[in-house]
Structures are given as C-alpha cells and as structure tokens.
Design a protein around this ligand. Structure first.
Ligand code: SF4
Ligand code: ZN
Ligand code: ZN
Length: 308
C-alpha cells in the first residue's frame, strides 16, 4: 500500500504530479477546499455579509463550486448563498442540466433562481441559431450565447439583490483565455480578466472565480468523489475550435512538464499587473437602446439582437 503523503495513514489513490504529493480521498477533498479558501482570502473575494449568487450551469465545475461554497460558507456567517442559472433555450441539453442543477440545490438547501433567454430577449438560443444560419456574419452560436448569458446572469443577480457573482472558471479556463488573448493581441481584455474584478462599476455585479487555481481534472475528480450528479453531455452547438486546440496543446505540455499550467497562470498574473498600470480603466455609459452598462453607445447585446 502506498500511504498518503499528507496524513501518512490512509491509502493514497491520486498522484498529484505537479507537487509530488500522493493523496488519499479525504486529503484530496480537503486540499481542494483549502485551496479555494486560500484563493478567496488572498483576493478578498467575499465580505462577511455578501449575498453570493453562484452561476450554476449543471456541469461539473459549477456544481463542484456550489458544493464547495456551501461547505465553506460557515467561514462567512452573515453571508448568504444562492444559485442562479441561465436557460439559454437549447432543447434536449439545457433542460436536463437545469433539472440536475435544481436537484443539487435542493440537496444543499440553496435557493435556485432561473432566467431564460426567451423571457429576457424574446428568443431562445435555438431560435437564434435557426435565424443566423441564413446570415453571413461568421458568428457562431457560442458568440451569441456567451454575450447574452453574461448579461442574463447580471440581470438575474441584480433581481435577487446579489452583491457578488461567483463563476466556476478553473485554472485551465483561465490560462486558455490568457493564451487566446495573446493570440488575438487583446491587451485590454488581458488586463481586465482575472480572479476577481475589483473595479466598482454601476449596475454590474462584481464577479469572482474561486476555482481559478484548481485544475479542471481536479474539479472533475472532486465532483466524482463527492458523489455530485452533473450533466456530462456536451452542448450540441459547442464550436470553440481554437479554444479546443489551445486546451489540447496545454494538456500535452502539462503531461511532459508537470506544473507548467501553474507557471503559465503565474506569468499571466504578472503580465496582467504590468498591463493594468499602462491601460486606462474602462469607462461605462448607458446603452442608448436598453439602458444597460456598455463601453460604447450601443451594447453588444443590442447589436447582436438587432442583427438577428
Ligand atoms: Fe452556449 Fe456555446 Fe456553451 Fe453551448 S457551447 S452553452 S452554445 S457557449
Ligand atoms: Zn491522507
Ligand atoms: Zn443595449
């Protein structure tokens, strides 16, 4: 039997290559929860009386996050936890995910709120996809979905008076986005995306990413070990080809050089700090059409909806 290198008592089942640890189930689960606690503290993600809305899609990452936050909520006795879900309107996919999300919320005793594209924009994503097939904009379903979902989360969080939105981006998501921003030379986005969005902007609920230092493979393992039921089927519209290539490239690098994902993550932090000093903070105004916060005159949501 190989013993766990943390407790020295129980049998190890998982070798964490980047640190050299061999962990038993209990020490693995605790290590993930401790890591999330440390990230929350380091980035001061939560205040003691926050109303935290966890963006729950029904997938492994968001449900792991919900379960972890429900456990460590005790550190913030006056804070309250809610789950918010966006129903984009993807038949045969999101309906199943919502049912799974609701079941988890019930199990944890967390109130669950849902908002749909149909209610908010008048179109389900399925309707939009049918319409954009005839257009030649070159935009994919994900281009619409991402922008519309972001807005929907903010609207729903405001509706329930949430003071923070917690999203389940993990370390892999973060470094993929960093590499994509490098590929596109998007220095402005590079300076703005990070574990916690600390600029106070009117009508925008601050977002935090408590899983940003946990590897994707470890959030999956966490979900399995805690017996969390999550949706495993991929979205029928998934089309982020370049992100997938970047993901594969990073996975190959990590296999050859364990720990390199963390090295890239730390480099991204340094580059972001340096860029923040150079790039002016964004100024928001109100969209002339819908009144929501925007950088230009008409927000991206209205531009997309007008194009349909
Ligand atoms: Fe939306 Fe694309 Fe994700 Fe499907 S894969 S839920 S279309 S962003
Ligand atoms: Zn152990
Ligand atoms: Zn608008």
């Amino acid at each position: 039997m190989i013993s766990c290198t943390v407790c020295g008592v129980r049998e190890a089942f998982y070798a964490r290559l980047y640190s050299g640890e061999k962990l038993c189930t209990r020490c693995f689960l605790e290590s993930i929860e401790d890591k999330v606690r440390a990230v929350i503290a380091r980035h001061r993600m939560f205040e003691f009386n926050d109303r935290i809305a966890v963006a729950v899609s029904g997938g492994k990452d968001s449900l792991s996050l919900l379960h972890i936050l429900a456990r460590i909520e005790r550190d913030f006795p006056n804070a309250s936890l809610y789950a918010i879900t966006v129903d984009e309107g993807i038949e045969g996919y999101r309906d199943e995910a919502i049912e799974i999300a609701s079941e988890n919320c019930e199990r944890l005793g967390v109130r669950h709120f849902i908002i749909s594209f149909k209610e908010l924009y008048g179109y389900a994503l399925d309707d939009i996809v049918k319409r954009i097939r005839h257009l030649e904009s070159g935009l994919t379903p994900c281009s619409y979905c991402g922008v519309l979902r972001r807005r929907a989360l903010n609207v729903l969080a405001r509706r329930i008076n949430a003071t923070k939105i917690a999203t389940a981006h993990n370390l892999d998501d973060e470094i993929q986005t960093f590499m994509l921003n490098i590929i596109h030379g998007d220095t402005s986005r590079m300076s703005r995306t990070g574990p916690a969005f600390d600029e106070e902007l009117p009508n925008l609920i601050p977002r935090v990413k408590p899983l940003c230092e946990v590897l994707e493979k470890e959030t999956t393992l966490y979900a399995y070990l805690r017996g969390i039921r999550f949706q495993e089927n991929p979205c029928p519209y998934a089309s982020e080809a370049l992100r997938n290539d970047v993901r594969n490239m990073l996975n190959r690098l990590e296999e050859k050089h364990p720990g390199i994902k963390y090295t890239i993550y730390r480099s991204a932090e340094k580059i972001r700090e340096a860029l923040r000093e150079k790039i002016p903070k964004i100024k928001l105004s109100r969209c002339k059409v819908c009144g929501e916060p925007t950088v230009g005159e008409i927000c991206q949501v209205c531009q997309l909806l007008q194009g349909i």
